[in-house]
Write a protein that binds this ligand. Structure first.
Ligand SMILES: Cc1ncc(COP(=O)(O)O)c(C=O)c1O
Length: 433
């Protein structure tokens, strides 16, 4: 055990509870203050080590205190820290150029902000200006952030804490095969969830929409992976009614799904607008919206972002992308993701509480149920699994509308030994359910 600080877990938690909004939720019955991190590990104030298999909500994409990212970030901090979008800087210009080289299709024009919420807000604003329409289709079980608009786009009652309702947002059925809203089976379903978009547009909108905003894999929704043809069918309908397709890559970007830079590339569809944040700069705040030159031109009027394009954030993003490229991280995600998935599938055979194992790359979800036949969600078992895994030194995430999905998403440079150690702890925790 290495002690990284002189304060204790209890002292940090006491102050946190006293001086922060109680609505800021923390994991675990006794919150876990973290004081240091290295690679796939984090440390609490008492020096206990934990395997971090949630990576600050899929944000520590290439490991805590990654040497290359640190070097790029610190060098920029010493050179120029902040100027705002009122002045061009080399890190912002070079990052935008670099991104234009890895984005699918003609996505070329970037708008930098500081969070996923702002990235999605910018995308919706852009689509509304370009199309002249206002209405937006989002997916049930989706999450878009915590501005008033983003909370209205989000389709989980517990996260919709805004008391201001935004008109013109409609929620389509999610491509959630394990709990199919039409009680059908893929592929016999013929993508009923995607095809239903047409009736949704014809009956709930004025017939012309600004955009369809969707995560390639529903993140907060519990790592729900749509059937491979879903986006092709859905986006054709959206285009037919004049809308743009916004792919929210806040969780799925940067190689997380394995083999490709962006999650939507797994589905063979090119979005009109794409957003990201989280893992883009390995934990330094950044938000990003990218679109074609033609669509970007459609946004008229004045706009700034004080922290948007911050040179330090941009340098951190550049270094993160360098690392992903140089170390062929997208290949590691495919390999390690397959290994972890096989471990989880083996556990599913052993433990009846595991209803579904799903996901892509290193974005793996385990849906916990009280009964495999009825699929009754078991959020209480998840609480137990959380306490057990924490006790054994493993941190994971949770999600799903019913709070019954384990979300497992370690840093993308995770290695076999770390996956094996995590699997051993998970197996032990499942055995106690
Ligand atoms: C898919 C998705 N979009 C948007 C957001 C909002 O991002 P942020 O919390 O950085 O504002 C999140 C956050 O979890 C997300 O998962």
């Amino acid at each position: 055990m290495i002690k990284h600080t002189t304060v204790t877990n209890a002292e940090i938690t006491k102050k946190y509870k006293e001086f922060l909004y109680p609505a800021v939720i923390t994991y675990y019955q006794e919150p876990l203050p973290l004081v240091a991190g290295l690679g796939c590990h984090v440390y609490d104030a008492e020096g206990r080590q934990y395997l971090d298999f949630f990576g600050g909500i899929l944000t520590v994409s290439v490991g805590h205190s990654n040497e290359k990212v640190l070097a790029g970030t610190i060098a920029q901090l010493k050179k120029l820290q902040h100027v705002s979008t009122l002045y061009p800087t080399a890190p912002a210009a070079e990052l935008a150029e670099r991104l234009a080289g890895i984005t699918p299709g003609e996505l070329k024009k970037s708008f930098f902000t500081s969070s996923g919420t702002e990235a999605d807000e910018t995308a919706v604003l852009t689509a509304q200006h370009y199309t002249g329409a206002q209405e937006i289709i989002a997916l049930r079980h989706s999450y878009s952030g915590r501005s008033v608009l983003a909370m209205n786009l989000t389709a989980h009652a517990p996260w919709r804490v805004s008391r201001t309702l935004v008109p013109g947002i409609h929620h389509a059925h999610a491509p959630y095969c394990y709990r199919c809203p039409f009680k059908l089976q893929y592929p016999a379903c013929d993508l009923a969830c995607a095809r239903d978009l047409e009736e949704l547009i014809q009956t709930e909108t004025c017939g012309k929409i600004a955009a369809f905003l969707a995560e390639p894999i529903l993140g907060v929704g519990g790592f729900v992976v749509p059937p491979k043809e879903y986006f092709k069918v859905a986006v054709d309908i959206v285009h037919k009614y004049g809308g743009l397709f916004i792919a929210d890559e806040v969780q799925t970007g940067w190689g997380r799904t394995g083999g490709k830079w962006f999650g939507i590339e797994q589905f063979g569809v090119i979005p009109d607008i794409m957003t990201s944040a989280k893992g883009m700069a390995n934990g330094i705040p950044i938000g990003w919206t990218v679109t074609t030159a033609k669509i970007a031109d459609g946004l008229k009027g004045l706009t700034i972002s004080t922290f948007g394009g911050n040179p330090v954030s941009c340098a951190a993003a550049h270094a993160t992308i360098d690392y992903i490229e140089e170390e062929n991280i997208v290949a590691n995600v495919t390999k390690m993701g397959a290994h972890l998935r096989n471990e989880l599938l083996a556990m599913q055979k052993e433990f009846p509480c595991i209803g579904d194992v799903r996901g892509m790359g290193l974005m793996l979800g385990v849906e916990i149920v009280a009964d495999r036949k009825t699929k009754a969600p078991d959020a209480k078992a998840v609480v137990k699994i959380f306490e057990e895994t924490k006790k054994e030194g493993l941190l994971i995430g949770k999600g799903g509308l019913y709070g019954n999905v384990l979300r497992i998403s370690p840093p993308m440079n995770v290695m076999t030994g770390e996956i094996d150690a995590a699997a051993k702890i998970l197996r032990k925790a499942f055995a106690k359910i």
